[in-house]
Design a binder for this molecule. Sequence first.
Ligand SMILES: O=P(O)(O)OC[C@H]1O[C@H](OP(=O)(O)OP(=O)(O)O)[C@H](O)[C@@H]1O
Ligand SMILES: O=c1cc[nH]c(=O)[nH]1
Ligand SMILES: [Mg+2]
Length: 235
Amino acid sequence: MLEASGESHTKLPMQGIAQPTRAEVLNLPRVHISQHPVMAHKMRLLRDRHTASPEFYQLVKEIGSLLAYEATSSLALREQTIETPLQETKAYRLAGGIGVTPVLRAGLGLAEGFRQVIPDVQVWHLGLRRDERTLQALEYYNRLPHEVDLQVCYAVDPMLATGGSAIDAINVLKRRNIPRLSYIGIIAAPYGLLRLSQAHPDIDIYIAELDEGLNDVGYIVPGLGDAGDRQFGTF
Ligand SMILES: O=P(O)(O)OC[C@H]1O[C@H](OP(=O)(O)OP(=O)(O)O)[C@H](O)[C@@H]1O
Ligand SMILES: O=c1cc[nH]c(=O)[nH]1
Ligand SMILES: [Mg+2]
């Protein structure tokens, strides 16, 4: 994490940048903020600085499952006839392929949670790393297939801070011409949420909680720290 205690004349990346308040972004179109009490309970544990990496990773997976359940509630279904041990009956299956794109590294735990809900999801890995001096996202890994047959793809990344990484991830996915894209995150700052919503007004955005803002070095406050480092024990 970049320390705020460097040379006094060095401008920190978010210093002096105006940020919207929570109230100003609460009613953005296509933004869904979880209202589930189980989510709030898990978020308390996740944010706590005393939660160690193994439990933290487990919680990210569980929150990923809860968010997947919420985000997939409007997926299309196809009817089919099956036989129970007693008789034929109508039943339903999810229509079309579903993809999940974990933004490495921190998105990996969320994607695992997503797979607990929909095991046959395709996983498309995308590596983006935020340069902590400029806060620009840099792409360093891309395993997105070129032959695409998905009805929907979910970009998953726990932290929506300045929004740069999420905007870039959706840009990359849009080049694959998938009919429907969504973003799933755990915590958003109002600044990043507004930027993502304005850059990509055609996607749904699902988050667990909306925080107060970004500090001078671009970390979400109160936040949870570095979601990648906390999942993988790299401090
Ligand atoms: O909204 P932004 O300002 O772009 O910041 C958010 C990004 O920063 C974190 O990744 P990081 O660069 O720390 O990589 P990591 O997952 O490997 O830790 C996080 O997981 C997002 O990808
Ligand atoms: O607060 C933040 C901001 C970006 N990335 C993180 O992991 N945490
Ligand atoms: Mg990180």
